[in-house]
Design a protein around this ligand. Structure first.
Ligand code: PEP
Ligand code: MN
Length: 292
């Protein structure tokens, strides 16, 4: 981990003009490795491995989560994802199970040994979500929720920060800077597709963000080809490409019965799809000197 020597205000006092001094690779040479979870199941992002984070968009029931968690573990994923608090475009769609979903995630972690990552949407909920989760996801819609970013400073858990739908790379880094400046050094960035004129995909997965971020920051960079494409059939190709581009890990949505998923079914892999993809990811990782 790169030690953070200065708080943002100290940096300001010394006249550092970079908008993301703490996140900057130039000012903190070397790569930050962020560890999620504890003990034998702990997962390092930013090192030689490219861990796969897999799970449903939303936690829907124990039966659903158990099926995905077992499949993720068996396929070789290292972290379990699943939303308990869901940011939905329509207020009339499934909003998540809330704390009940967090409890199910903790149960799935006990069952599989996989650490869990889940989204937190408000500063008030940071304490609650951090009690259950190993890593706190900040969704694309909240990348610039500065009160929320500040509240993560004392969360005591690593943060997975997703790029906003219309967020520039510099804005993503400045958002990461809020978390770092608030005292939490464990930030993982995630490219999840941006909104463009293109309609063939749900979003346009900006894979050039990966090498760009690698030039600008020491923080690990994940890629989410599920939200990045919105289509199950396109996920494998973009997942392989993300590893080739230098991603430090992948976020993949998986559902045991995507047609019945309460959110993001069309972009969710089946357990069999995940199982088929992992060896291919391992082959590309090996080609670029890494391991899944
Ligand atoms: C998700 O990961 O399910 C999610 C809501 O992602 P995003 O914030 O990138 O849309
Ligand atoms: Mn989703």
């Amino acid at each position: 981990m790169v030690p953070i020597k200065k708080s943002a205000s100290e940096a300001e006092i010394e006249g550092v003009s970079e908008p993301y001094a703490l996140a900057s690779l130039e000012l903190h040479p070397g790569r930050t490795v962020v560890t999620v979870g504890r003990g034998p199941g702990a997962v390092a992002f930013g090192g030689s491995r490219v861990p796969v984070v897999a799970g449903p968009c939303a936690v829907e029931s124990w039966e659903q989560l158990e099926a995905v968690a077992r499949a993720a573990k068996a396929a070789g994923a290292r972290l379990l994802r699943g939303g308990a608090f869901k940011p939905r475009s329509s207020p009339y769609t499934f909003q998540g199970l809330g704390e009940e979903g967090l409890k199910l995630l903790a149960r799935a972690r006990e069952l599989t040994g996989l650490p869990v990552v889940t989204e937190v949407m408000s500063p008030d909920a940071v304490g609650l979500v951090a009690e259950y989760a190993d890593c706190l996801q900040i969704g694309a819609r909240n990348m610039q929720n500065y009160d929320l970013l500040r509240a993560l400073g004392s969360a005591g858990k690593p943060v997975l920060l997703k790029r906003a739908l219309s967020g520039t790379i510099e804005e993503l880094l400045m958002s990461a800077e809020y978390v770092l400046a608030a005292g939490n050094p464990d930030v993982i960035l995630c490219e999840r597709g941006i909104r463009t004129f293109e309609r063939a995909t749900r979003n346009t997965l900006d894979l050039s963000a990966v090498p760009v971020l690698k030039e600008l920051t020491h923080l690990p960079v994940l890629v989410d080809p599920s939200h990045g494409t919105g289509k199950r059939s396109l996920v494998p190709a973009m997942a392989l490409a993300a590893i080739a581009a230098g991603a430090d890990g992948l976020l993949l949505e998986v559902h045991p019965d995507p047609a019945r998923a309460r959110s993001d079914g069309p972009q969710s892999l089946t357990p069999a799809g995940l199982e088929a993809l992992l060896p291919r990811l391992a082959a590309v990782a090996a080609a670029v000197g890494r391991e899944v």
